[in-house]
Design a protein around this ligand. Structure first.
Ligand SMILES: Cc1cc2nc3c(=O)[nH]c(=O)nc-3n(C[C@H](O)[C@H](O)[C@H](O)COP(=O)(O)OP(=O)(O)OC[C@H]3O[C@@H](n4cnc5c(N)ncnc54)[C@H](O)[C@@H]3O)c2cc1C
Length: 374
């Protein structure tokens, strides 16, 4: 039976809950806003199926890529509406045109991030662009299995741990499945996102959210919340994401990096494009497409006409998240301790505090409190 005693050992993929034959596992949010499995012990039949699908209990070997490519979507609108080079839309459109189904992450009406399925080109649009919040997977693995059983082609996209969870959930190799992971720095807390959104919107309805607004360029992207556009370095939520404070504890010990999720394709930003491939760099977004299987290769060859081979180790040099887990910052525990009480305007302070180390952080807090109280 799944029993999460150490939160750094659960990535929240939800495979256990979806696999349980008697539905005795529920994903529940903890005090920091992350989902963890909770087992109804009385209903559990002790079959241990949940343990067999856990990416932490069934770690796979890292895999060498078949080939690594640099590519961008030739449709400028699609590229502009994507985080990187807009490759997701190229691959996904092809699958839909062939009568397949695509799973991905979208915002719901409350701006929570949820996994869902698309069967038309119009339904693909909400999946575009990175949402820097851990998505709620719900019953997506079960739904994907149903589509596969109907003989439909399924392209399942998500973070590496979500792909690992799906593959373990499905068990046997699936003829009509193609899995596409996005490179992942780590997943931020849905709870922190809700608090930040409330703070930014003042509780009012928000019409737009875009974590990767390219109107200020691909490298210098902005975050758009409602009518408010900020450079990502000036957005407290993004700062705590990029500095690893609001990440899930398991992200510091990710079991699914570097091809070990079993994904057919990995999509990433080709950071360092100005060095690796300077003549193609227009600061509008370039993707690294890491092909990891023959099936992945076939799909990429069908969709991507203009690509260039690049060296995977060069790509990882500028984008370490592809191969290495995020580093747990000093002050991570302090961040969460303060989160429940501190107003969010203090968040940015943690970048500084983390770099300075915990004791320096404590003394700065003491000085800060002293000034507030006197
Ligand atoms: C939490 C997170 C961290 C990331 N960290 C890095 C990184 O360190 N380095 C890097 O190169 N790239 C990272 N990416 C991936 C990158 O931002 C792009 O998503 C990827 O390169 C694909 O870009 P695109 O232009 O092809 O398509 P886009 O249209 O930008 O991406 C759409 C795809 O992203 C998926 N997606 C969006 N949000 C989520 C989510 N919350 N959970 C699961 N899937 C999601 C959609 O389902 C779809 O498959 C991260 C993405 C996420 C969600």
């Amino acid at each position: 039976m799944i029993d999460v005693k150490d939160k750094s050992q659960c990535c929240g993929c939800g495979a256990c809950a979806q696999r349980c034959p008697v539905s005795c596992i529920t994903m529940r949010e903890d005090e920091n806003g992350f989902l963890y499995p909770q087992v109804d012990v009385d209903a559990c039949v002790g079959c241990r199926a949940c343990e067999q699908v856990c990416p932490f209990l069934n770690r796979q070997e890292a895999q060498e890529p078949v080939i690594c490519l640099a590519a961008a979507n030739p449709d400028e609108t699609q590229r502009k509406n994507a985080s990187s080079g807009g490759l997701f839309m190229m691959l996904a459109s092809r699958v839909i045109e062939q009568g397949g189904v695509v799973f991905g992450a979208r915002f719901n009406d409350a701006w929570d991030v949820v996994h869902d399925a698309a069967e038309t080109l119009e339904d693909l649009a909400p999946f575009c662009t990175s949402k820097y919040v851990q998505s709620v997977i719900g019953d997506s693995y079960r739904r994907a299995k149903e589509f596969l059983q109907q003989g439909r082609m399924v392209m399942f996209t998500g973070t590496p741990c979500q792909i690992a969870g799906l593959r373990l959930f499905l068990g046997d190799p699936q003829e009509h499945l193609i899995t596409v992971e996005v490179a992942c720095h780590g997943v931020p807390s849905p709870g922190v996102w809700r608090t930040w959104l409330k703070k930014c919107s003042g509780g009012k309805t928000v019409q737009h959210v875009n974590f990767r607004d390219k109107s200020t360029g691909w490298r210098g992207y902005s975050v758009l919340i409602g009518e408010n556009r900020r450079h990502h370095d000036d957005d407290d939520y993004m700062v705590t994401f990029l500095d690893n404070y609001n990440l899930r504890p398991s992200c510091f010990n990710c079991p699914s990096k570097n091809g070990s999720s079993g994904a057919d394709i990995t999509l990433a930003d080709l950071w360092g494009c100005d060095r690796i491939l300077s003549r193609r760099d227009d600061n509008k977004g370039m993707s690294a497409v890491i092909v990891r299987s023959d099936r992945g290769h076939q799909l990429v060859e069908q969709c991507v006409a203009d690509s260039q081979t690049v060296d995977y180790s060069e790509v990882v040099k500028y984008n370490p998240a592809l191969a290495h887990s995020a580093v747990r910052p000093d002050g991570y525990d302090l961040f969460w301790k303060r989160m429940s009480k501190a107003p969010l305007w203090t968040l940015k302070r943690y970048r500084f505090l983390g770099g300075a180390g915990l004791s320096a952080a404590m003394s700065r807090i003491r000085v800060y409190l002293h000034h507030r109280l006197h």
